[in-house]
Design a binder for this molecule. Sequence first.
Ligand code: ATP
Length: 235
Amino acid sequence: MLELRNVETFYGNIMALKGISLSISEGEIITLIGANGAGKSTTLMTICGLVPARRGDILFMGRPIGRMEPHEIVALGISQVPEGRRIFPLLTVTENLDMGAFLRKDRAQIARDRDHVFSLFPILKERRHQQGGTLSGGEQQMLAISRALMARPRLLLLDEPSLGLAPLVVQLIFRMIEKINEENRTTILLVEQNANMALKIAHRGYVMENGRITLEGVAASLLDNEDVKRAYLGL
Ligand code: ATP
């Protein structure tokens, strides 16, 4: 579904991605783990066109998307849930969800999709008339994921969904990520500092260090890998 070949991304003169190659098949949950500053967020932003790749190829469903604008990439079926959630604080929950569907015209299906995200996260239905900024951190994360789902993505990019949340909320969010993947075969690329939880729900994983991919494999084998245990699992 998605393939990155030798992708290089720069911030000015700083090379943040030093030739990244990875591939994701339809229906997979793939996790990208690594320390602060390894380049995980930059990888997601490069895929969705927010930071352009200077070299290399990005293919989505066989089509090159490396030179496309972000809105064109969303229209092809890639949605991102950014780090720090970035919901619209002054808009209500329902209005935030509508913003996720802004490229769509199928009103009846949009309403059904809103009901669907309310069934995934019932607390959002209770709070649907409340401003986004008044929600708890966990509820804002649920809203950010739901808003991304309103674009009907085939590929969902999640940047650190567990950041700053209480353990019980993190467990709920991860269960829902698995459910979203199972229900609609939505493919998921999950960037996480919480490597333990991410590898437990992922099919495969990639480890990033200093702008490069240093290790890849099925999630169970990465969980068992001595280097991964020492560096990322605190074991
Ligand atoms: P974190 O988990 O802390 O977000 P990360 O693995 O997602 O880390 P990135 O945020 O992708 O890492 O950062 C990769 C490198 O690019 C780092 O060296 C970072 O300092 C640099 N960088 C990121 N954003 C910018 C920017 N807007 N301008 C300049 N350099 C940046």
